[in-house]
Design a protein around this ligand. Sequence first.
Ligand code: ZN
Length: 756
Amino acid sequence: MLYRLYRESLSLLTDLYQLTMAYGHWKTGSHTKEAVYHLSFRKNPFNGGYAVACGLSTMVDFINNFRFDESDREYLSTLKGHDDEPLFEEKFLQYLSNLRLDIDIQAVPDGTIVFAHEPLVRVSGPIIQCQILETALLTIFNFQTLIATKASRIRESAGDKSILEFGLRRAQGIDGGLTASLAAYVGGCDATSNVLAGKLFGIPVSGTHAHSWIMSFEDELEAFMAYAQAMPNNCVFLVDTYDTIDGVAHAIEVAKWLKKNGHQFLGIRLDSGDLAYLSIEARRMLDQAGFEDAAIVASNDLDEHIINSLNAQNAKVSVWGVGTKLVTSYDQPALGGVYKLSAVKDGGRSWNYKVKLSEQAIKISNPGIQQVRRFRDEDGYIADMIFNIEDNLHGESVIVDPLDMTRRKRISAGCKFNDLLVPVFANGRQVYNVPGLSQTKAFVAAQLEIFHPTYKRILNPHQYPVGLEIGLHEMKTDLILKERENLQGRKDLHSKQGRSHSLERKKEPSGFIKQDVTIKAGPSTKKQNPAALPSSLEKSALVIVDAQKGFGSSGELPVARAEEIVPILNELMDIFPLVVATQDWHPADHVSFAINHADKKIGDTLRVGNYDQPLFPMHCIENTKGSQFLDNLNVEKIHRIFKKGMDPDVDCFSGFLDCEGAKATELESYLKDNGVEHIFVAGLATNYCVKQTALDGVKLGFDVTLIEDACRGIDRVGFRIKTAIQDMKNGGVAFAASKDLNYSTVNRGAKKKASK
Ligand code: ZN
């Protein structure tokens, strides 16, 4: 179809930067690296509850005809860089000329009901090919999906009445007009005035006459009569050229003539005035004259809202004519679709998952190789789950709201579902039969039937539950944290090289010295993991992290089964010559409490200084129950307690350094003054404060062993414990179980060893 229209290669229908990036990949040899991209949008259009995906049929056409032809090559060879030399070298242009797509594409069929965050298209294959397609796919899907959705909303308000689309004259140019007619038909219109769209796409075409027809005759009656004689079987008279009620009367007169001559009078059209009043009046007149079957077509800047309002006023309209507001998507001119990289293979066999960071949670992309699973029960669709196809899913499904990780939905194991993305191209070859448009249109209607009406409401619809499968959610959270750590690492490096002073803080300058240590022992110069267990604990200390009620299993920031570590810690304390503990100790106005930030909620993150602060419920507030140690912990055996997190403006996970990397406590000097070389870390929570304390311990030069069974992690924020353990292993932390620590008892109580 595209080729019939344009008779040209459309491979240059792209942004220049796609080609400069492609050149970069080719030049550096990274162009064959395998990658996965997804096309999705972040917000349902029109403040509505859903969208109707559309674009696949055009995409199939586009991909099938994708070639850089001779004229493309010639044009690209004329482009110059700032040095006035050719922008692309000849060999690269030759490469493009020879390029044949061998990508895989999965997509949702046209007409699929979709929601924000769900992938509509997944493209995988050599990164250069995936990249080159970005702009065109967005051009295709953004507009068609927008218009199909608008049409579907109009369909929802029109009920079982017909809808004619006649927006061509107001459409956004030639392709805008054609594409709008296509998508409007898919979304719910029954016919178009656009004849070329009729020819190209097989959409029914419709139309009678305009005001100018009437005006070209002496009077209205004569004009109707002339038209009836010319086209006796296609008579819908436009009655509002002069006086609408008179016009209806004239139409009825000609209708009687048609009837007498064996033709069916189809109806009238109202294009101005009070459509509610006029349609009721016209209906009454037509019925009285015996034309109960004659249609009343209404038009005049209609959209779903006006149609709803006219319906509420009992307007007697049998056919709605919509134009400008539909084809231009008047109230929302663009769908914010995006195309994001979510995985690459760097040489190896396994995928490296990717997220794009952003200050706004909604703009953080989803990683993985995604599929959407739509669950339903006997009452209809209940939820959609975006999952990574590489994950083994079994049993109950847990779906996490991507914008509010505290909102979750559980779907039982036996629940019926279907997966939305289907194979469209495999190795560059089409493997999908594109259904006809009327089939696609019927598909839209059939799905909408299965969604509860509250999701389809024009105004203030309910939010249909869509979320990430919990494994994918955790992977994403993980990647975000890692990315941010990397970001921090890069910033630290800059700071060390004296290029940035942005890390300077009001705190004591010693923080910067510690940061230098961080850099020396940083990720690139990974320290060898120490032997987990030294021959004696003489130079060792037990560091108990945040074993507090606030993190108890029913605490403010609950850690499941937290109390189970108490007897283990009590036994461990007996064998260490030195035992220290950290205590999360916050002022009520602490930065980490979501409640202290007007527009934020638990689970959001907030940029604070140079790090991203996860926002928690209030917890461990100084001198409250939550800040106390867990019941039955032998507190008298702790030689020294280090409070942390007292600064309201910066959080502190680690017992050593705060989240900005500055020195937070005297723990390091205390341990070193006591000759400690090896620390054993235990406590709460494995994936936050325990992890950070252990990693900082390594950075500060200690041998660090984590006593795994004496720790518990937080599940609530979705940060996988096993990933935290991997991070610690990568960061130089050794692991042991409490039962392996067969050392003799030395700690008879804190008083003996208390130093300072
Ligand atoms: Zn805290």
